[in-house]
Design a protein around this ligand. Structure first.
Ligand code: PGA
Length: 258
């Protein structure tokens, strides 16, 4: 078990003003109920709010990292509507979510595009949060491990042989669990995480988060599993109070550091 890590993925929610109010409330609640355990907390608001959120985090010395929800793999050029890794660094990001199932599903991102994005992120000094996970159909067909292994292998396929993966983050998010209220049982998640860790051990094992309908009630059970290093939270992260509860309950129940 590495340092527990909790990511709030706002998706296409919250304006700049709403993101800043969220941070104000988060800071207030945290000062009333300080964090007892060492954790890494990461906020992923939409592009438009990144710069202001980064500024507020820095100004208030908030213990929060900043992630973008996507990037483009080219450094600059005629790519209307896209945002590059150096622009994210300038906006204050240290992390970037890549290959979320909504990007794969609605924006046609495939393993090759995702691999190029992971490489671009690492090259710019950003920590990639690579999302992988099987669909309901793939799960029914018993292909969960096969699909997840392929996505992980392909996602890191552009990384040079000597690049360690230990600074990367993987989020295992079964597609059927995202936004549905359905989740795998924690021991199933543990099994998938164990398999990912086993396959990557030569190159340094990234932290492996679980995502998909995480809430205050189920976070403890997931965090108790030894290969679950944290949570990627969507819907339940939209309330600063709920997200802080998830972080604090989750951190309390995390398997001990080795
Ligand atoms: P959810 O989303 O927590 O709303 O299921 C998780 C995600 O898509 O990252």
């Amino acid at each position: 078990m590495a340092l527990p890590c909790f990511v709030a993925n706002f998706k296409m929610n919250k304006t700049v003003a709403e993101t800043l109010s969220y941070l104000t409330l988060y800071r207030q609640r945290l000062s009333e109920r300080p964090q007892q355990q060492n954790v890494e907390v990461i906020l992923a608001p939409p592009y438009t709010a990144l710069f202001s959120a980064g500024h507020k985090i820095k100004e208030g010395s908030l213990p929060i990292g900043l992630a973008a929800q996507n990037l483009y793999f080219e450094a600059d050029g005629a790519y209307t509507g896209e945002v590059s890794s150096n622009m994210l660094c300038e906006a204050g990001c240290q992390y970037v979510i890549i290959g979320h199932s909504e990007r794969r599903k609605y924006f046609g991102e495939n393993d090759a595009i995702i691999a190029a994005k992971v490489f671009a992120a690492v090259e710019a000094g950003l920590t990639p949060i690579l999302c992988v996970g099987e669909s309901a159909k793939e799960r029914q067909e018993g292909k969960t491990l096969e699909v997840v292994q392929r996505q992980v292998k392909e996602g890191f396929s552009k990384m040079a042989g000597d690049m360690s993966l230990s600074h990367s983050i993987i989020a295992y998010e079964p597609v059927w669990a995202i936004g549905t209220g359905n989740t795998p049982i924690p021991s199933e998640v543990e099994q998938v995480h164990q398999e990912i860790a086993r396959h990557l051990k030569e190159n340094g094992v990234p932290r492996i988060l679980y995502g998909g309908s995480v809430n205050e009630a189920n976070v403890a059970a997931f965090m108790k599993e030894p290969h679950v290093d944290g949570m990627l939270v969507g819907g339940a992260s939209l309330s600063a109070e709920t997200f802080l509860n998830i972080v604090q309950v989750g951190a309390r129940h995390a398997a001990p550091l080795p």
